[in-house]
Each structure stands twice: as structure tokens, then as C-alpha cells.
Ligand binder design. Structure first.
Ligand SMILES: [Zn+2]
Length: 195
């Protein structure tokens, strides 16, 4: 089946919209910043059938890398990492913070023979992806690529790895005093409140 890139993006964004994981409007985020979009991937991933569909899309985009294991940063990456691992037929493990540093715990191991695919829900600055890559490298494994459902930053080139995002989506944020939506007089709401 030939699906245009734009149609594929829309199919992914539809799952986000259906589950309230992507709202359009004028929002006050928990950081205090304002945005015209609210993105909360946990809300799409709470639906197993949506999580599974997104995991399959990531697997389709990355299968050629022939990963032996999926590694995700906790907590945001765990559910989609699990689903990508299921679709690829490989282990799915996660790194978590201990004293501020991402580490493997719970008996999770990587070997020199492992080819690691780093999977996250949303990549913004690439910082947590890079940190997760370092966890795999420190364990002696090879990192064959990284993937995310949504790339908010468009900075994947800086990763120095094959990188696949199902959707590129900018979520610009503004200081309230510099917010163009406030300037237009649009009422601002907290995500989750009725609009
Ligand atoms: Zn505003």
C-alpha cells in the first residue's frame, strides 16, 4: 500500500487527537509557559491498541537496523519501547535515573553482541536519547539507531545515528508576556480543563 508521508503522519496524529494526547488551542503548561499545542504521549499510550499500532510503525521503520534489543529511558519511553520490542521480536529494557544518572538496573544487561535500538516517546532536545545511547555504549553494546513517535525539535541530525520519528511536530512555547495567543486575546486554559 502506498501511503504518502503526510497521510502516515496524519494517521499517527489522529491517534493522539482521539485520545486527547494532542490538543490545539491556547494552553498554560505545567512549566508556566504558554503554547498553542498540548502534547502528552502518555494519553495515547494508555490505550493498548494505539500503543501497539505505534510500536508496529516504529518496528517497520527500524527493522532494517536488525536490532537485538530495544533500550528506552524511563519513564516516558517504557511503554513504546515495550511495544516496539514486541513488534520487532526482541527484548525491551529500560534505563532509569539513579542519583541523576541514567543506568541499567533490575538485572538488565547488554552484551558486546547486542545491537541496540533506542526508543523514546517524544524527542525534544535529544538529551535523553544521547544519554540512553551512552548507557548502551558504556555496556559495550553497539547502538544501531534511535527512534521516537514524535520529534519535537527537528534536531535528529545532531544524534550522529540513524534516527526515525513517526512525526515531526513543533510545539512552540512562549513566556506569557511574549505569547502571541495572549496578544490576540485568546483565553488561556490548563490542559485537561474543559474548553
Ligand atoms: Zn498565552
Amino acid at each position: 500500500m502506498n501511503v504518502s508521508p503526510a497521510a502516515a503522519d496524519e494517521a499517527v496524529l489522529d491517534l493522539f487527537r482521539k485520545s486527547g494526547a494532542l490538543l490545539e488551542g491556547h494552553f498554560r503548561l505545567s512549566s508556566g509557559l504558554h503554547s498553542g499545542r498540548y502534547l502528552q504521549s502518555a494519553l495515547v499510550l494508555q490505550h493498548p491498541e494505539f500503543a501497539s499500532a505505534l510500536g508496529e510503525r516504529i518496528a517497520t521503520a527500524t527493522r532494517h537496523l536488525d536490532p537485538t534489543v530495544v533500550l528506552s529511558p524511563a519513564l516516558g519511553g517504557i511503554v513504546i519501547g515495550q511495544e516496539a520490542g514486541r513488534a520487532l521480536g526482541v527484548r525491551a529494557i529500560f534505563a532509569e535515573r539513579q542519583e541523576g544518572k541514567l543506568v541499567l538496573r533490575r538485572g538488565f544487561t547488554l552484551s558486546r553482541d547486542d545491537r541496540v535500538l533506542v526508543v523514546e516517546d517524544v524527542i525534544t532536545t535529544g538529551g535523553s536519547t544521547r544519554e540512553t545511547v551512552e548507557v548502551a555504549a558504556a555496556a559495550g553494546a553497539t547502538v544501531s539507531g534511535a527512534a521516537a513517535i514524535i520529534d519535537r525539535g527537528g534536531n535528529s541530525a545532531t544524534l550522529g545515528l540513524p534516527f526515525f520519528a513517526l512525526v515531526q511536530l513543533e510545539v512552540p512555547t512562549y513566556q506569557p508576556e511574549a505569547c502571541p495567543l495572549c496578544a490576540k486575546g485568546d483565553p488561556v486554559v490548563k490542559p485537561g480543563s474543559r474548553i
